[in-house]
Design a protein around this ligand. Structure first.
Ligand code: RB5
Length: 143
């Protein structure tokens, strides 16, 4: 599948690792930067991935900053983007099953590469449950 990915300087090493991991797994990766650890502003990069999701360029997005918090705040300011800050397996799974999250946010300074690979794998392979959650997700996108 097409996956858009971006980071700021705090997330760059993990973003680089994940981009290579995703390609190895057979995904098409749209890498929106940044390209090194020079200081940049995370909202600029969150916006690029949000636009990819809304334009249909990518089915899912991955955003990495130092904590994942700034990226998730910015991504969620785009109606139609549902970004989840994930730091354990269950959050990756439930953010898909219950929230139909389309962007996963990770804290590059607090997430090991092995954990990040697992979170992303769970996120990309878990289906939205629909049912009672459909109405709730529609309310998210209506505001
Ligand atoms: C950058 O130092 C840091 O603030 C950023 O990566 C992120 O953690 C913001 O939420």
């Amino acid at each position: 599948m097409f996956v858009a990915i971006a980071s700021d300087h705090g997330g760059f090493p993990l973003k680089k690792h994940l981009a290579a991991f995703l390609e190895k797994e057979g995904h098409m990766v749209i890498d929106r930067g940044c390209n090194d650890e020079t200081s940049v502003d995370y909202p600029d990069y969150a916006a690029l991935v949000a636009q990819d999701i809304l334009a249909g360029n990518a089915e899912f997005g991955i955003l990495v900053c130092g904590t994942g918090i700034g990226m998730s705040i910015m991504a969620n300011r785009h109606p139609g983007v549902r970004a989840a800050l994930v730091h354990r397996d269950e959050y990756a799974k439930l953010s898909r099953e219950h929230n139909d999250a389309n962007v996963i946010c990770l804290g590059g300074r607090f997430t090991t590469p092995a954990d990040a690979e697992r979170f992303v794998k769970i996120f990309l392979s878990t289906a939205f449950e629909g049912g009672r959650h459909q109405r709730r997700v529609e309310k998210l996108d209506a505001c």
